[in-house]
Design a protein around this ligand. Structure first.
Ligand SMILES: O=C(Cc1ccccc1)Nn1cnc2ccccc21
Length: 324
């Protein structure tokens, strides 16, 4: 059995976390993304103008899955599409000998400009994989039979490399106990209900809100009433239509945010809520509203403050959180 670990290195501002993956013998830096289920890569099939700055997959010696295609659009409107090959994919010591590798023929311009990322490795459920005419397995499902236990964990860090582990839970990476909750839907995402929240040293507020744990989303996107209550505690914070979110002076002290999950508190330090410097001493908030999405998204701003277990070891899939 396999126990694999791979370093997860943050891009600027912890926009996303990239991990080295060998695809058909070529090492690419892929965005590990629990919010989608396609493994797609920049490839020789794209116009060379789209590939500049990126490492890319050479499909010439690979097994084409004839008649198959894929086309994905993410919540922020970015996307990609292309053809499908069966090839060898290696993450740490885990090898998928015949993984569906989705080779791009086209990638959206906002993605192309992120030259650190050579593609995305999806870790949401294979039921939301976009390959047609037959959906394909994500990497986790392909290697699952060789894992000691069907779990993977995310130990993302603020401004420093963390790790994704497959097939084991490393007790050295967290403190206290892991709190597990069942997923709330069979909708293909790591989606569950949170039971409440607290802002700074304020009292706990009971509120049920549906959350998706999504390493592919940078921010913490919450219900507008929660977000408004948070920024009410941030001196001088304003909503900027120009910037499309809450902004504040960069030297403002920010309160912590606590999510209540499985009746336990999980704390995001105030410093994690200063996401990016906009210039003129203005900074962009790591917490923003989830308006229009239909659920909340616990993106990297939240996930990097915790040790997270994505488990299929119990009768029903579960997500687990622990402090670290
Ligand atoms: O698509 C989403 C979730 C989302 C974000 C914003 C609005 C609605 C839904 N995240 N995501 C997951 N993988 C991604 C890859 C690129 C961009 C966003 C990505």
């Amino acid at each position: 059995t396999v126990a694999a670990s791979v370093a997860a290195s943050p891009e600027l501002s912890d926009v996303s976390y990239l991990c080295p993956v060998t695809v058909g013998g070529k090492t690419l830096n892929l965005n590990f993304d629990t919010g989608s289920a396609d493994l797609w890569v920049y490839s020789n099939l794209q116009p060379s103008s789209q590939r500049s700055g990126h490492a890319y997959y050479n499909s010439n010696n690979a097994n084409l899955m004839a008649g198959y295609s894929w086309d994905i659009t993410y919540g922020d409107g970015s996307g990609a599409s292309g053809k499908v090959f069966a090839d060898k994919v290696v993450v740490g010591s885990a090898t998928a000998t015949s993984q569906a590798v989705e080779a791009a023929t086209s990638v959206s311009s906002d993605m192309i400009s992120d030259i650190e990322s050579d593609g995305i490795l999806g870790l949401a459920f294979s039921s939301v994989n976009t390959v047609s005419p037959n959906q394909q397995k994500n990497f986790f499902d392909t290697v699952k039979p060789q894992l000691a236990t069907p779990v993977f964990t995310a130990d993302l860090k603020k401004g420093a490399p963390g790790s994704y582990d497959f097939g084991y839970i490393d007790s050295a990476k967290y403190t206290g106990s892991i709190t597990y909750v069942n997923l709330s839907t069979t909708g293909g995402f790591w989606q569950f209900s949170a039971g409440g929240y607290a802002i700074g040293s304020g009292s706990k507020v009971s509120k049920t809100y549906s959350c998706v744990a999504d390493t592919g989303t940078s921010l913490l996107l919450l219900p507008s009433d929660v977000v408004n209550a948070y920024y009410k505690q941030v001196k001088g914070a304003v909503y900027s239509n120009y910037q499309g979110g809450w902004v504040f002076s960069c030297n403002t002290k920010l309160p912590t945010f606590t999510a209540i999950i499985g009746s336990k508190p999980f704390i995001v330090p105030g410093t994690y809520m200063n996401y990016a410097n906009l210039g003129n001493n203005m900074c962009f908030g790591g917490m923003q509203a989830d308006t229009g999405i239909g659920f909340s998204i616990l993106g990297d701003v939240f996930l990097k403050s915790q040790f997270v277990v994505f488990s299929q070891a119990a009768a029903k899939p579960q997500i687990g959180f622990a402090a670290k």
